[in-house]
Design a protein around this ligand. Structure first.
Ligand SMILES: *Cc1c(COP(=O)(O)O)cnc(C)c1O
Length: 357
């Protein structure tokens, strides 16, 4: 049976993915040299499509790593001498903080209970902070930070670098890159691709910090540093042999999203999100984990369930649909439903009609 994946990564493949993949194979992109003009043209094309889709200005470079997890590490190594500050509200934001500790830095965290968002206006960031680490969409709890609040945070702390994890919200999230130094995502979530590619967007302030750290003798790592990425980017190349096929496919999917238009894409996601939250709010036995509307993610919903979520997941498999379990200790009594562009309104309606009551 062909399944529909509502899992928040890896997720359902974007419609047309097969065709784009067949095109890549026909052009033998798995074998082309990554220092060739053919590859540089692919990189440039994907770069242009992402800029258009996510409104990324030329002040920022776009670099390709292997995963968002890798990018967490490279961000800390490249731009933090000692002090990162982390807004933590779930497993992913928590791991980012943990990476900074493991890398020998002295990070600070501000943690709220699961399912809660932040009151950013009330948070005082310590003076010594070099980099503020945020997770715009916390996939483990379905909590988002409103984009405007991130921009306001940068306005309050213009001299600190700020970065945000968009792994499960790009390209839906509307980031004002004039007030965001760095963002990143990986392709197996809302872009509907198989895993294996991380995308790192960083501006010149990030790069200058990396250069300064390196010059002062602090290790910024050896592989995929911001300095090596930016150097290679001058020629639309990468420090090591990249996932050429995935970079090509990301460009094709972003091109298709541009054809649809980002506004239309967001509208459809909003409509599907409203259906899912309405179900959670109105159906006996289900409730949305996140109470406050402005903190509710539009791309990943977490529902608390009265029945065992494993039973619900098993029942849904019989109907050809795969939904995610709760994350970590919430595995047994929560569901996570991805609301990415790859699934249609009709498919979401079908999902909701089959959830056991
Ligand atoms: C999935 C996810 C990650 C990790 O992405 P990988 O590509 O698996 O490294 C990081 N942050 C968030 C918010 C995620 O949802």
């Amino acid at each position: 049976m062909q399944m529909i994946y509502f899992t928040p990564g890896p997720s359902h493949l974007y419609p047309g993915y097969d065709t784009y993949l067949a095109g890549a194979m026909q052009q033998q992109l798995g074998s082309i040299n990554h220092r060739s003009q053919a590859f540089r043209d692919i990189y440039r094309f994907t770069d242009q499509q992402l800029r258009q889709l996510m409104n990324i200005p030329q002040t920022h470079g776009i670099y390709f790593a292997s995963s968002a997890t890798e990018i967490w590490e490279k961000i800390i190594l490249s731009t933090v001498e000692q002090h990162s500050f982390h807004l933590v509200n779930g497993s992913f934001s928590g791991k980012f903080y943990d990476f900074a500790k493991q890398l020998g830095k002295s990070p600070k965290e501000y943690t709220v209970p699961e399912g809660n968002g932040f009151d950013l206006k009330a948070i005082e960031i310590p003076a010594e902070t070099e980099l503020i680490c945020t997770t715009q969409n916390e996939t483990s709890t379905g909590v988002q930070i409103p984009e405007q609040e991130l921009a306001d945070l940068k306005d309050r702390y213009p001299d600190k670098l700020i970065c945000t994890d968009l792994v499960s919200s790009a390209p839906y999230a509307q980031i004002d890159f004039s007030r965001m130094d760095c963002a990143f995502f990986s392709v197996q979530k809302a872009f509907g691709m198989p895993p294996g590619l991380g995308v790192w967007i960083a501006n010149d302030h990030m790069l200058q910090k990396a250069i300064a750290l390196k010059q002062s003798g602090i290790s910024i790592g050896a592989h995929n540093t911001l300095v090596s990425f930016a150097g290679n980017y001058q020629q639309f190349e990468t420090p090591s042999t990249p996932n050429v096929v995935a970079i090509y496919l990301l460009g094709k999917i972003a091109e298709d999203m541009n054809r649809i238009g980002i506004e239309q894409l967001r509208k459809t996601i909003d409509q599907k999100a409203a259906l899912i939250y309405q179900m959670g709010d109105e159906t006996e036995g289900y409730s949305a984990l996140v109470r406050r509307n402005e903190h509710r993610s539009k791309t990943v919903m977490v529902l608390e369930t009265k029945q065992s979520s494993a039973d619900i997941i098993a029942a849904m498999k019989q109907h050809g649909m795969v939904i995610g379990s709760g994350y970590g200790k919430n595995k047994a009594n929560q569901l996570r439903i991805a609301n990415f562009p790859a699934t249609s309104i009709e498919q979401v309606q079908h999902l909701l009609s089959k959830l056991p009551r």
